[in-house]
Design a binder for this molecule. Structure first.
Ligand SMILES: C[S@@+](CC[C@H](N)C(=O)[O-])C[C@H]1O[C@@H](n2cnc3c(N)ncnc32)[C@H](O)[C@@H]1O
Length: 278
């Protein structure tokens, strides 16, 4: 079976399982999520579709100030109930919590303990810095004057995450979870933010994964914001147009907004998605 045929089969079977689970009156927020994830994983394995491996995504995190700019967050946004999906070792949750905010972060990385995450960040540091030096032209060097300054800001943000992680996990602020299925009740959040995961890994994550994931984010939050809309290599993600149109066809309001942040060249826009009735 070709990869595209498998992906079509997977998408159809996922849709069928969702209809089946919804029709079975299973609690939509708890049991169906677990069942749906199991069905998804089993089918993906059966159909030999490449399920995205965590190892392909580097544990690398941005700061609270970067999140504020990337998602054009107002003071009112920051005071609302926020889900940071794929937050990894970003410093956003730690700093927002320190300021009295209400942020839950979710990421498969949180299955690990702080020592493991710290080791992975340290192992990754030299590679990420070397890649930045080799591809200087892919970035806009106004916010950070040099690769060394970039490294210092990011390590400070990740240090804030590491210092906060064990306490935050015990408080339920860091939850192990992965798209396209999240363990949260419908409308648990006002805003879901997804930074540097969807659209960025466009080669590894297909269109149906994007659709399923954004629908799931819209289930748990009133509004979803995704940044950036560029893929790795600072090229426009091929999924942005088709995913926007498909979401609109499914009844979601989709808009693309310029934001006051550009580090990856051309990465200065976010996508906002909400259910039309929201
Ligand atoms: C490049 S990091 C971005 C971290 C943070 N959002 C930021 O911008 O600083 C991408 C994150 O996606 C997470 N990830 C990988 N697969 C995922 C999935 N299926 N669902 C949610 N997050 C995932 C990784 O663990 C990693 O922490």
């Amino acid at each position: 079976m070709s990869t595209s045929t498998k992906q079509v089969h997977l998408a159809l079977t996922i849709a069928a399982s969702r209809v089946f689970l919804e029709a079975s009156y299973i609690d939509a927020n708890n049991h169906s999520g677990v069942l749906y994830r199991s069905v998804y994983t089993l089918l993906a394995t059966f159909l030999e579709v490449d399920v995205f491996s965590l190892d392909e995504v580097v544990p690398w995190g941005r700061s609270f100030d970067e999140y504020r700019l990337m998602f054009a967050l107002s003071d009112a946004d920051i005071e609302s109930r926020i889900l940071g999906c794929a937050d990894g070792p970003a410093g956003f949750n730690a700093e927002a919590t320190r300021r009295g905010g209400n942020v839950v972060s979710c990421d498969p990385l949180y299955a690990h303990d702080v020592a493991w995450i710290r080791r992975r960040i340290d192992e990754t540091y030299d590679t990420v810095m070397a890649q930045a030096r080799e591809n200087l032209g892919e970035f806009v060097w106004t916010m950070f004057g040099s690769v060394d300054e970039l490294g210092a800001v990011r390590m400070r943000a990740m240090g804030e995450f590491l210092d906060d992680f064990e306490l935050g996990r015990s408080q339920g602020r860091y939850v192990e979870a992965q798209l396209p299925v999240l363990p949260f009740r419908d409308h648990s959040f006002d805003l879901a933010l997804c930074s540097h995961f969807l659209f960025l890994y466009s080669e590894q994550l297909g269109q149906s994964f994007h659709i399923e994931s954004i629908r799931e984010l819209c289930r748990v939050a009133r509004e979803v914001r995704i940044f950036p809309l560029t893929a790795l290599g600072a090229v426009e993600s091929p999924h942005v147009g088709p995913v926007s149109r498909l979401l609109e066809d499914c009844g979601f309001a989709v808009s693309i907004k310029a934001v006051p942040y550009e580090f990856q060249r051309g990465g200065d826009r976010m996508m906002r998605v909400s259910a039309v009735s929201a």
